[in-house]
Design a protein around this ligand. Sequence first.
Ligand SMILES: Nc1ccccc1C(=O)C[C@H](N)C(=O)O
Length: 250
Amino acid sequence: MKQSALNQSKELWADVSVPIRNGMVHWPGNPEVKIVQTQDLERGDPATVSHLSLGTHTGTHVDAPAHFIARGAGIDRVPLERLIGPARVLDLGEIDRITPAHLDPADIRPGDRVLFKTGNSAHWDETQFRSDYTYLSFEAASHLVERGAWTVGIDYLSIGGMDRGAETHHVLLAAGVCIIEGLDLSRVEQGWYDLVCLPLRLEGIDGSPARVVLRGGDRRGRRTRRRSRSSGDRASFCRKEAGYGGCEHS
Ligand SMILES: Nc1ccccc1C(=O)C[C@H](N)C(=O)O
């Protein structure tokens, strides 16, 4: 009885996106979230409707190539198969930055979707921006590109650091590696999951907030991963054209 309850809970989807609300933390210089009710049942309006204003890199979001590459692809052209499928959460704990040495034991393979859980995930209740967040070093980003990773996720507002962050973004986006930022992985353990990440279909735009959910289970992830390995060839095809030029998905 206990065992079946455990198995059942592995089938549930965990929401690893952060709530979007007024006053939430945002990247310095980016727009803050403003949500205002323009119609309100309480005031006698026929329905409640809100005006929403926010930056494209608010909370949990996906970066498009256009974020760091001039004339790069917009978020509407990021192939959905990068954002939906088996993914692994790697728990790296409290470290300053992710280096190639952290990635070596992970044995990254072509087509992998890797989400980094770090000490960052413990700080989502804070409203002040933290500049000392854990990030992916340029060298580690290059390692992921060399290994043919499809997707990389991180649990704070940037994949790169405050100083060389642009380089980290550039090496990933130019190779067609998809970047998910602002994940809250505090309630998720290291392991294999099914990932669903859906940014809005904003035409030609540099990024978009996304709802990101994970469904757990080691066995499930490994099984699906083996089956999907053959699509690695398609990954390298897509990567030939920076910004997914060679990849039709709709
Ligand atoms: N590291 C940087 C350095 C320079 C300019 C922007 C960044 C960003 O990380 C942008 C933003 N946080 C993003 O969503 O990608």
